[in-house]
Design a protein around this ligand. Sequence first.
Ligand SMILES: *Cc1c(COP(=O)(O)O)cnc(C)c1O
Length: 230
Amino acid sequence: MSLAARLALVRTQIAEAALAVGRDPAEIRLVAVSKTFPVEDVRAALEAGCRDLGESRAQELVAKAEALADRDPVPRWVFIGPLQSNKARDVARYAHELQSLDRVELADALQRRLDAVDRTLDVLVQVNTSGEEAKSGVAPDEAVALARVVAAHDRLRVRGLMTIATLGGDEAETRRCFRALAETRERLRDAAIDGVDSAELSMGMSADFPLAIAEGATTVRIGTALFGRR
Ligand SMILES: *Cc1c(COP(=O)(O)O)cnc(C)c1O
């Protein structure tokens, strides 16, 4: 199957999952997770109509962003992986959005680097809803406090929350994670922090995006189902 055909299939599945719960498919954004795939595959994805591209390593983001800098429209680079503060410069220069904001120190580093290049960055606070120790993200009850601190950084625009469900969890466990993120978003809304937009719920990957959409995802991050196995 071509990438265009896989994309059409994924879009159909997104629409079916949305309609099944009475949602408008147009309100669900697809981030095509191109991490580890070569620039030719990214080009094919852009030609097929993808705009938001997910990357999880700073070096790879830089290489791809530079290789595709003259594309029109320019790809919208979405950084989704854990980020060390000493790599903040790469993200500040090339990314449009970072979904893995998980600590104040990273917000500080990004603010400094964004200032230097006169850019702004959309950010989602990553929440560890699974409770797995190896996962990044703040605990659900720390997310509002982190969003409040991040909002004081004028180069960062908080747009919502992101999570990854328990690895290999069954349907009940996966739904529990997604519900926990939706509940955390309600708390963020209730906090009504100046400059914080709580619209985005980024949850759902190749294996679980229909469940995420059922639980209210506004963004799904899909790699394998589009590009193949890594
Ligand atoms: C790799 C990755 C994805 C995509 O996962 P697939 O299972 O390949 O769809 C989504 N989100 C994050 C944070 C990732 O690191």
